[in-house]
Design a binder for this molecule. Structure first.
Ligand SMILES: *Cc1c(COP(=O)(O)O)cnc(C)c1O
Length: 822
């Protein structure tokens, strides 16, 4: 187990009385909820008891927040996201309540170690990567800024798969976060909505002669609510994360069961429950699965019914919806909500179409997260007609009215009209969910300055010409509570001592570090904090992958989903070239490096899984090579998740953010690293551009083609061979891979990988290699001058306050939701 990982920032002093109270609370929960005594309690029992004692302290401010929201009749924000990558909540809750030290002392009195216990909490991994983690950071910030917000999503029985590495290959196992119960959630069996699918639509004449549409669905599923309180900084305001679980209206067909058909008796239940059974396992790969559409409609419909019920209870007037409610669509996954809200307003609440559409547009806004064409959702019209016949009608009508209006206003270009249509007529007819989200929203945002610019120039080019004020930028952010205060106690403690704990109330105070950047004593203490984190990570590496790494070496880290555009392969090739360089020059003084990788590949993404295998093959060969004198180690840590990120990021010296320019919408990992004093080596992509602007050119290592140059290269046709010929280093590295140096058991394993790179290098690895190599040499040069290195790392921490998700949420509140914060 780890050494105690304590911190000196007592934001609330752990008075004896408080400690005694907490330990009594824990003991009471252990006795009366868990049903154990001290003698028989397992570590997990203590974890449950401590979590419930913590939750108990969140409940009253939660109820008070809800009451305040009603009494003040505040405009509410609903954040709809198919993913929430939450991570663990115990330390998070304690931190926000200012109770970490008191709980540590209380547990110690009971003979329990908080730092050991915190590791028992499963990671709530209801998301794939950055998009889901953003939703979790935003929940934290909305609570901190006291915005009346609810996050809506799905309570998957199984979150993102657990990754193991066997013989270097990724294996996926179902994740089981609920196996021992979830102490943070409150089931709300009384909050249930019917979600309908299939059937047909009938026309009916109303008394006033108008035509009404009556949907006669073929199937009904129930959505049941589970609430998790989300406590903001200093426990002042608490919001709700409401996740929906699916079940059948009739749990069992008793007649079938009694007739001996046990499986058939439960078939409806199984079909219904499959909706919330598992997180969609892919990350930016083609969907095309009916179950996915069912998931999207299920949670969008439940959430809209729920928020309308709340609105009607509060105001009694559906027409006021837009003035009281803002709904943010996190990517297009909830975009079917646009058609669903129209259905609810027109068919259920009897509004005229025009008014309903105005309300819908004024209520929704939509965040675009990707330009990758394969990740832009579209559903076959035939599937939509079968599953959601009324919504298909609504989509057709929205589309027809929109195209008519454009023609009336003089737009006749057939190309433009085809591009802005909700229906893609190209390869079988499809509904374009991005276009539906755009049309149904008053604001559309990209997630970094560069990404927003590209959104305007590419995916939504024609829309942007027609509606030039609708697309805005909201650069992503991360919560400093989790990613600094909780993840990095040594640094957080140093900051509290140096500039005072108020830095955690307002990260703008980080800039006060600037004046210590050259202070030898402060540099030494800053480096000591990093050093402590590196030693702690070194122990974890040893425990998990049995490799010994030296905390004196430069920790060079790339952790994120494995994707070709993120270019882990570029990093692996650099590793190989470095390996060959060290072997070729046995007497030269190299900067010792540890290359650290972590990340999951989508189960069906073969190329990404092969890259994992290559990283592991290289690690095996390099780590066993005595010639290297310990100058290079390679580590692939399995099962990347939020908790692992919290361990790795504070220990990183170098942050690898090396995507092909124009392909990473923003990145948020890049922000977490810079905040924790790692220097970035990166391309001018996503938020790297803005990080560079803030930390200063001399405190970041930028290389490679720009987004415009990437586009230009692709347009004129990529010839990787030219670039490979110009870089003997790259040529040799590729040759080693191709010849099986790292795969003696299967020399052809990487033939296709090398071929692909040589003949069609879509991600421009070969073109960027030399410039990447040079940037890595610049990293080494800086590292050799430790004073200069430390100065740069301090300035990174000092200058990235702007990347707080509090800043991002404040911008959303002011410019999109119209819920300005104090
Ligand atoms: C921050 C984070 C991400 C996003 O990382 P990027 O480097 O921006 O892709 C993904 N997964 C986890 C667990 C994270 O904490």
């Amino acid at each position: 187990m780890d050494l105690p990982h304590s911190t000196a920032i007592a934001t609330t002093t752990a008075s004896d009385a408080l400690v005694r109270e907490l330990s009594a609370d824990v003991l009471r929960r252990l006795t009366y909820t868990v049903g154990k005594d001290v003698a028989s309690a397992s570590p997990r029992d203590w974890f449950i008891a401590a979590s419930l004692a913590t939750r108990d302290r969140i409940v009253e401010p939660w109820l008070a927040s809800n009451k305040r929201n009603y009494q003040q009749d505040r405009r509410r924000v609903y954040y709809l996201s198919l993913e929430f990558l939450v991570g663990r909540l115990l330390i998070d809750g304690l931190t926000n309540l200012g109770l970490t030290e008191a709980m540590r002392a209380a547990l110690k009195d009971l003979g329990v170690d908080l730092d050991a216990m915190r590791e028992l909490e499963p990671d709530a991994a209801l998301g794939n990567g950055g998009l889901g983690r953003l939703a979790a950071c935003f929940m934290d910030s909305m609570a901190t800024l006291e915005i009346a917000a609810v996050g809506y999503g799905i309570r998957y029985d199984h979150g993102l798969f657990r990754q193991t590495i066997k013989d270097g290959w990724q294996h996926e196992y179902p994740e089981d976060w609920l196996a021992f119960g979830n102490p943070w959630e409150f089931p709300r069996p009384e909050i249930v909505y019917d979600i309908c699918f299939g059937g047909h639509v009938e026309g009916a004449r109303l008394a006033d002669g108008a035509l009404a549409h009556v949907w006669r669905p073929a199937e009904t599923v129930e959505a049941v609510a589970y609430d998790t309180p989300v406590v903001g900084w200093r426990g002042k305001h608490v919001n709700t994360l409401r996740l929906w679980s699916a079940r059948a209206p009739d749990p069992l067909r008793l007649d079938a069961f009694n007739a001996g058909d046990y499986l058939g008796a439960q078939a409806d239940q199984m079909r219904a429950e499959s909706i919330s059974k598992v997180l969609y396992p892919s990350d930016s790969t083609p969907a095309g699965q009916e179950l996915r559409l069912r998931q999207e409609y299920f949670f969008a419909s439940a959430s809209l019914q729920d928020l309308i019920r709340r609105h009607m209870k509060q105001t009694g007037d559906i027409r006021k919806l837009a003035s009281k409610v803002a709904i943010q669509l996190n990517d297009t996954h909830p975009a079917i909500g646009v058609a669903e809200l129209m259905r609810l307003l027109v068919d259920v609440h009897g509004l005229e179409w025009k008014e309903a559409w105005e309300i819908t547009q004024a209520t929704f806004s939509y965040t675009n997260h990707t330009l990758l064409p394969e990740a832009l959702e579209s559903w076959p019209v035939a599937l939509m007609e079968r599953l959601l016949p009324r919504h298909m009608q609504i989509i057709y009508l929205v589309n027809a009215l929109h195209l008519d209006r454009l023609r009336d206003s003089g737009v006749h270009d057939a190309g433009v009209l085809a591009n802005v249509s909700l229906i893609d007529e190209h390869s079988g007819r499809h509904v374009r969910m991005g276009n539906l989200a755009f049309l149904g929203s008053h604001k559309i945002n990209g997630v970094s300055a560069l990404h927003t610019q590209l959104v305007k120039e590419t995916v939504f080019r024609d829309y942007h010409k027609l509606y030039p004020r609708r697309i805005v930028n909201k650069t992503n952010g991360v919560t400093f509570r989790r990613w600094l205060l909780e993840a990095n106690p040594p640094l957080a403690g140093l900051l509290a001592q140096t500039i005072g704990p108020r830095v955690f109330d307002d990260p703008a105070h980080l800039s006060e570090l600037e004046r210590y950047a050259d202070d030898a004593d402060f540099q030494q203490r800053f480096a000591a904090a990093k050093r402590a984190n590196k030693e702690r990570l070194a122990r974890l590496v040893f425990e998990r992958v049995d490799a010994k790494v030296d905390a004196n070496a430069l920790f060079d880290v790339q952790i994120k989903r494995i994707h070709e555009y993120k270019r882990q392969l570029l990093n692996v090739l650099h590793t190989i070239a470095l390996y060959q360089d060290i072997k070729a020059q046995p007497s030269r003084a190299f900067v010792p490096r540890v290359k650290i990788f972590a990340g999951k590949a989508a189960a069906s993404y073969h190329q990404a899984k092969l890259i994992i295998k290559l990283a592991n093959d290289v690690a095996r060969v390099v780590n066993a090579d005595e010639d290297l004198r310990g100058l290079l180690k390679v580590v692939f840590l399995p099962n990347y998740n939020v908790s692992l990120a919290e361990r790795i990021i504070p220990a990183a010296d170098l942050s690898e953010q090396i995507s092909t320019a124009g392909m990473e919408a923003s990145g948020t990992g890049n922000m977490k690293f810079a905040l924790n004093g790692a220097l970035t080596i990166g391309t001018l992509d996503g938020a790297n551009v803005e990080i560079k602007e803030r930390v200063g050119d001399e405190n970041i290592f930028i290389f490679g083609l720009t987004a415009a140059e990437v586009e230009h290269s692709r347009a004129k046709g990529i010839d990787a061979r030219e670039a490979i010929e110009a870089s003997p280093r790259l040529g040799e590295a590729l040759q080693a891979v191709a010849m099986g140096v790292f795969s003696p058991d299967d020399r052809n394993r990487y033939a296709q990988l090398v071929d692909a790179l040589t003949y069609y290098d879509h991600f421009l690895i070969s073109k960027d290699f030399e410039s990447y190599w040079d940037a890595q040499e610049a990293v080494d040069a800086r590292w050799r001058d430790q004073k200069a290195w430390r100065r740069a790392t301090i300035l990174n921490t000092a200058r990235v306050a702007w990347f707080s998700s509090d800043r991002a949420i404040r911008e959303y509140a002011e410019e999109i939701w119209n819920t300005p914060v104090a």
